[in-house]
Write a protein that binds this ligand. Structure first.
Ligand SMILES: [Cu+2]
Length: 147
């Protein structure tokens, strides 16, 4: 009786541990609400050590690094077309992704890992992207400082 209760107690302690890594989905979709060609959600906030799973709900999408946000996040992302891929982020930073065929339609997203601020250089670094992608990224970067 006693060992069993101790075991149950230890299990609760383990499950309640805040260091447990999370897994968050970022879906690649043809449509979400009134928006066409989107990552859903297009803004994800995680802690270092957490994993983002890119899920191809619809075919014809990929996710590759935008890069250049200047937060020191140098891990590159390259999710192939129609693949489900898990990416674990160890370093704090802001990671941008774009869909190669749909970046012109604004199919972009960001993953914020840990406590970071948007560097001044980040907005300049997206200046060369197509207008709709740039506008969406400016909105997404504007959310980074809010919790
Ligand atoms: Cu796409």
């Amino acid at each position: 009786m006693l060992p069993r209760s101790l075991f149950a107690f230890a299990t609760i302690l383990l499950l309640g541990t805040p260091a447990a890594a999370d897994e968050v989905r970022m879906e690649m979709r043809n449509q979400s609400g009134s928006e066409r060609f989107v990552y859903e959600p297009d803004f994800i906030r995680v802690s270092p050590g957490d994993t983002v799973v890119f899920v191809p709900i619809d075919k014809g999408h990929n996710a590759v690094s935008i890069g250049g946000f200047g937060t020191g996040a140098d891990q590159s992302i390259n999710v192939g077309f129609n693949k489900e891929v898990s990416v674990t982020f160890d370093k704090p930073g802001i990671y941008g992704v774009k869909c190669t065929p749909h970046v012109g339609l604004g199919m972009v997203g960001i993953i914020v890992v840990g406590e970071v601020e948007v560097p001044e250089a980040a907005r300049a670094s997206i200046a060369k992207l197509p207008p709709k992608a740039r506008q969406r990224l400016e909105l997404l970067l504007g959310q980074v400082g809010r919790s």
